[in-house]
Design a binder for this molecule. Structure first.
Ligand code: ADP
Ligand code: MG
Length: 618
């Protein structure tokens, strides 16, 4: 259509470099990464980073590495010029961080770059300036052994890209992340970084990796770390994962070093999350610092311009190795005890028998999943398709669980105990409670004042009830008067029909209806407040997303958590006094209601002693 497009031309080097710069240099953090990698490759023992204005005004990296001989300075900034590999054969077993030979050329294209360098055996150094790709003269200069590279005014000649830079604070954050990745990989180097003259990190060299992690991320995190290691088929995995009591709202604190290079790998992240299933609330991500070592032939690092993503020869094997290692570790680690180890009052709350109960509980699910659990007490139990399945062993489900008529509002402490426990127990044992800020329940027990997260508690209760019923095969399911058609994608419809057995267990009965539509014909009574189609969609979403681990135990647990979280009252929901009372009563029926299903505390206790102390009575 446009005649101008007909002439094919070879692009001038400067345009090629600008294009390459677009790939590699996104923001100051990319420069920090590339320069740090060069310093590491140069055998530095000390590296200092300094930034001005988020790195947009200046990124300077100085090292005491091998330096660049004066006669090679021009080559260093030429594109595809590298000292690190000689031929394609060497590409298959690179040990250095860099090898593409385009970082300095790309950076120099979009900034004002100044290199000063002096090799160890040289009496003097030399300097070279490149501004927006225009290469200056190499001139002698006095400088210490090593290399200092200054990158000023990033994107000064590409204003569009400069506009994409964020606030200095945000850019500094990204730059610090680049710094941390290298610092984690090389605890043996002394590394510092500063912004606008203020030190952000000063990390002395150490031979203890944990010291480096603590120096970067703090003592509290350091104390929560659990050592893991394994070796398989020449692949070595070592590192730390955080106790589930400490987690993050995103997966950025998952550091994986492959042969000393920080990588992001979706499959390994998935394995990590999988290992923590049942230990973290949904939406929380585990923290990990892992080192993988393997022969360079087992991985291709040349698939991503920033070399952040790699391709493993046996990705599946690696996935299983990571997941298996963590699972084994968690099964032999008393995580329940650690959950509260940093908090004495919570420790008092989690008594020994709770822990034992939690352990038995976990064991029961695992046995059930393996098909080892004893047969259901009543083999002739009604199938989930029937109206309901009364079972004398399991109390029928009530949204808030109380079988008693609601007691009067909870202002009178003892009235809340009108339920099953009141007869035996002293009046003060489970006092009444009240809701505050539509979020928390406040009540008392003999130890002191208890503040409960209403969502976490209800989620926990629902989870326990659902689980109990599902495991006993007595989840009441109701036939829908009019079966509900749900239109899915072809793969979702197939997954739904494939998973009919699992869905049956959850009280959801589906039938094929033709095309990509399935019919929901039965639905659990206890989820009456959620729309069947919506629940089915969510369940199917999990099923489809999770084809990697068709593990019955995991899937069922995950679905139970998901459903109980959805069905539970939310923070912000106003509760009637009866609902408050009922929730508080339910609290005593289940073990470990101190924690929501995945370990976040559901309740905080302010002991009498602590209160007395704070009021200066003792
Ligand atoms: P690469 O790192 O992929 O080789 P670069 O463009 O980052 O490509 O660097 C080009 C060359 O410049 C490197 O191969 C190295 O020889 C030299 N060089 C860059 N930075 C340093 C440094 N800090 N110390 C010593 N040599 C360096
Ligand atoms: Mg490099």
């Amino acid at each position: 259509m446009n005649g101008e497009y007909r002439n094919i031309r070879k692009l001038p080097a400067s345009v090629v470099n600008k294009i390459a710069a677009g790939e590699v240099i996104e923001r100051p953090a990319s420069i920090v990464k590339e320069l740090l990698e060069n310093s590491v490759d140069a055998g530095a023992t000390r590296i200092d980073v300094s930034l001005e204005n988020g790195g947009a005004a200046l990124v300077r990296v100085s090292d005491d590495g091998c330096g660049i001989p004066t006669d090679q300075l021009l080559l260093a900034v030429a594109s595809h010029a590298t000292s690190k590999i000689r031929d394609a054969e060497e590409l298959s077993h690179v040990r250095s961080l860099g090898f593409r030979g385009e970082a300095l050329a790309s950076i120099a294209e979009v900034s004002q770059l100044l290199i000063r360098s002096r090799p160890r055996d040289a009496d003097a150094g030399a300097a070279l300036e490149v501004s927006g790709g225009k290469i200056g003269q190499v001139r002698p200069c006095g400088c210490p052994v090593g290399t200092t590279i200054e990158v000023r005014n990033l994107f000064f000649n590409t204003p569009v890209r400069r506009k994409f830079l964020r606030k200095p604070q945000t850019e500094t954050g990204h730059a610090n992340e680049s710094f941390a990745r290298i610092a984690l990989a090389r605890p043996d180097l002394h590394m510092t970084t500063q912004h606008n003259g203020r030190i952000q990190h000063d990390l002395p060299a150490t031979d203890r990796w944990l010291d480096r992690i603590i120096a970067l991320f703090g003592q509290e995190l350091g104390e929560s770390l659990i050592w893991v290691e394994s070796e398989h088929d020449g692949i070595r995995l070592r590192g730390y994962v955080a106790d589930p009591s400490i987690s993050r709202g995103n997966n950025r604190m998952q550091y994986v070093l492959l042969n000393g290079r920080h990588i992001r790998d979706r499959s390994l992240q998935h394995a990590l999350n999988e290992a923590y299933r049942g230990l973290l609330v949904s939406g929380r991500y585990p923290i990990a610092f892992l080192c993988l070592e393997m022969s360079p032939e087992l991985v291709d690092v040349n698939v991503h311009p920033g070399k952040l993503e790699v391709r493993f020869v046996d990705g599946h094997g690696l996935y299983s190795m990571l997941l298996g290692t963590l699972r084994k570790k968690f099964l032999t680690t008393d995580l329940t005890a650690r959950v509260s180890s940093d908090d004495a009052t919570q420790r008092a709350a989690t008594q020994g028998h709770d822990r034992e109960a939690a352990r038995r509980h976990r064991q029961a699910t695992i046995e059930w999943a393996r098909g080892e659990s004893p047969p259901s007490p009543d083999p002739s139990r009604p199938s989930p398709n029937l109206e309901a399945s009364p079972n004398p062993d399991v109390p029928p489900f009530k949204p808030f669980g109380s079988d008693q008529p609601p007691p009067p509002p909870a202002t009178v402490a003892t009235s809340a105990d009108a339920g099953e426990q009141s007869a035996a127990t002293p009046a003060s044992r489970h006092g009444g409670g009240m809701q505050i800020h539509n979020r928390y329940l406040v009540t008392e027990n003999e130890a002191g004042l208890v503040v409960i997260d209403q969502h976490a508690l209800h989620e926990r209760i629902l989870y326990e009830q659902l689980r109990e019923r599902v495991l006993n095969g007595v989840l009441e399911s109701q036939r829908l008067l009019v079966p509900e058609p749900v239109t899915l994608t072809p793969s979702e419809a197939a997954a739904a029909l494939d998973a009919r057995e699992l869905l049956d267990k959850l009280g959801i009965e589906v039938e094929a209806f033709g095309g990509d539509t399935v019919l929901i014909s039965s639905y659990p009574a206890m989820l009456a407040n959620l729309k069947p189609a919506e629940v089915l969609r969510q369940v199917i979403e999990q099923l489809v997303a999770d084809t990697r681990s068709p593990d019955r135990h995991d899937m069922l647990e995950e679905l139970l958590h998901m459903i109980s979280c959805k069905a539970a009252i939310k923070a912000g929901d106003r509760l009637s006094p009866e609902e408050v009372t009922s929730l508080l009563q339910q609290r005593h029926r289940f073990h470990d209601t101190h924690h929501c299903p995945h370990g976040r505390p559901a309740a905080l206790i302010f002991t009498n002693e602590e209160l007395e102390k704070r009021f200066k009575r003792i």
